[in-house]
Design a protein around this ligand. Structure first.
Ligand code: IFM
Length: 479
């Protein structure tokens, strides 16, 4: 063998060793990364859901409630962006706008009676901004009187009100100035909050500034299926910043007037799991979805800076001192898990699928374990008390709801048993109602509403709710 040939073979061998080493290294890194993901996101399955799910001591004064929002139940809301949106053919499934909805505006006394029948001691509802401020700076006395009366009725019934200030709908005068992206959105919102606390603050302790800012931004500005119906990531970032700023200024206005008030925002949290648990790209997709959707709002509160770091969106990192101390609790709205699959052809490179559990009428997987997983993460991340401000299922027959309720209350009680301070549970919803772009078909109510007669009928979920409250009340540790 010539010297030249020997040299060339040696180089070849070294090259092969190097390539094999590199492949081995990559494989090892892949396995370590995937294993790390798996260990840090353990899957969870309850083996049994006990008949008595209150397995451990809920704190005294635990809030057992149901939730609604003004536009979804009141009826007759004509001066907000949703009323306009509903008037455009094709925007609402089935074509019918909110109209009379569940006529809650005219049936407050009856609906407070339903809360009493449930044994609830709390009710989360929203004030329709366009009713109390139909024109900029003009307060409608009769609308304020209506809400003051509602609060008084709740108090008389022994039901703690939790008032939401922004549950998606904006007055049209504000929409015409740019809505969430208007330069003065936050100041206007804070003025509304200040007026609300001035008028209702003596009887309202719990305030929820904004509902599901992450959903409002996503639906309105990313997929564009809600008002203002745009698909523009720059505007989405601006809208997010408006919501965070609005929350901070509103929280300050409330606390300045009522230092004892408890203020928070309700965020919609989703469990994102990979479809393939040994496929690193699915894990990365799930992590990105989780980071982008779940945490941006409260991370901003925690960091005292409006922060948005989602791939493909303009980044935000804007210090705001008013965010410090702007939340006394984290409001968690929990409905679902999504499985994430990396897919080079999908927009955003990921597809969202449903998991193996039973599905609701709207095709959402019922996954109660997800509530426990998320409560752990919220507590770990923010160290603030938590209130489950919404949790419910689209179930027109009402057959899924009792087990759904029991399983989610069990998840919550387990979290409490682990030392996580969960202070309340609000079921979505008290009544069937207008489910935004999905129209009236999805039914979330503990009480079924006949939209022709407006009759309310207790479903099996209402019976189970009452049973759970009674079990909790009988447990010595909750007294
Ligand atoms: O109806 C909605 C509510 O307005 C916000 N959270 C989710 C609910 C059910 O989809």
């Amino acid at each position: 063998m010539t010297r030249a040939r020997e040299d060339s073979e040696r180089i070849h061998r070294r090259g092969r060793r190097w390539v094999l080493g590199a492949i081995g290294g990559l494989l090892a890194a892949y396995l370590v990364a995937t294993l790390a993901f798996r260990l840090s996101h353990p899957d969870l399955r309850f083996s049994v859901i006990p008949e008595n799910p209150i397995v451990t001591g809920l704190p005294a004064g635990f809030l057992w409630g149901a939730a609604t929002s003004a536009h979804q139940v009141e009826g007759g809301n004509l001066r907000n962006d949703w009323a306009r949106f509903e008037a455009v053919p094709g925007n609402i499934r089935g074509g019918a706008g909110s109209g009379r909805a569940a006529d809650h505006w005219n049936r407050v006394a009856q609906d407070v009676g339903l809360l009493r029948d449930l044994g609830a001691n709390a009710y989360r509802f929203s004030i329709e901004w366009s009713r109390v401020e139909p024109d900029p700076g003009q307060w409608d006395e009769s609308a304020w009187a209506h809400y003051a009366d509602e609060v008084a009725q709740l108090r008389r019934a022994g039901v703690e009100p939790m008032v939401t200030l922004l549950h998606f709908t904006l007055p049209t005068w504000l929409t015409d100035r740019g809505g969430l992206t208007a330069d003065d959105f936050a100041q206007r919102f804070a003025a509304f909050a200040a007026e609300a606390v001035r008028r209702l603050g003596a009887d309202v302790r719990y305030w929820c500034t904004v509902n599901e800012p992450n959903v409002q931004m996503y639906q309105g500005y990313v997929v564009g299926v809600w008002p203002p119906g745009v698909q523009d990531r720059h505007q989405a970032s601006r809208a997010f910043a408006g919501l965070v700023r609005g929350h901070a200024l509103a929280a300050h206005a409330i606390k300045a007037a009522r230092p004892g008030a408890r203020v928070g925002a309700a965020v919609n949290l989703i469990v994102f799991d990979p479809v393939r648990r040994w496929w690193l790209l699915d894990w990365i997709g799930a992590r990105e979805a989780d980071r982008g959707f779940n945490w941006a709002f409260y991370d901003s509160v925690k960091r005292s800076a409006i922060s948005l770091h989602i791939a493909g969106f303009p980044e935000l990192d804007e210090p705001m001192t008013e965010l410090a101390g702007s939340a006394d609790f984290v409001g968690v709205n929990y409905y679902r898990r999504n499985l994430v699959r990396f897919s080079p052809r999908a927009p955003g490179l990921v597809e969202l699928l449903q998991g193996p559990g039973p599905l609701s009428d709207t095709g959402v997987e019922i996954y109660p374990e997800g509530l426990l997983r998320l409560l752990r993460r919220v507590w770990d991340r923010y160290g603030l008390p938590i209130i489950v401000t919404e949790n419910g299922v689209a179930d027109s027959t009402g057959r899924l709801r009792p087990t759904y309720l029991r399983a989610h209350v069990y998840a919550l009680a387990r979290a409490v048993g682990e030392g996580i301070p969960v202070e309340g549970y609000f079921h979505w919803s008290l009544l069937d109602n207008f489910e935004w772009a999905e129209g009236f078909e999805p039914r979330f109510g503990l009480y079924r509403v006949d939209y022709d007669t407006q009759e309310r009928v207790a479903g099996p979920g209402a019976v189970e709710f009452r049973r759970l409250v009674a079990i909790a009340a009988a447990a010595p540790w909750t007294r």
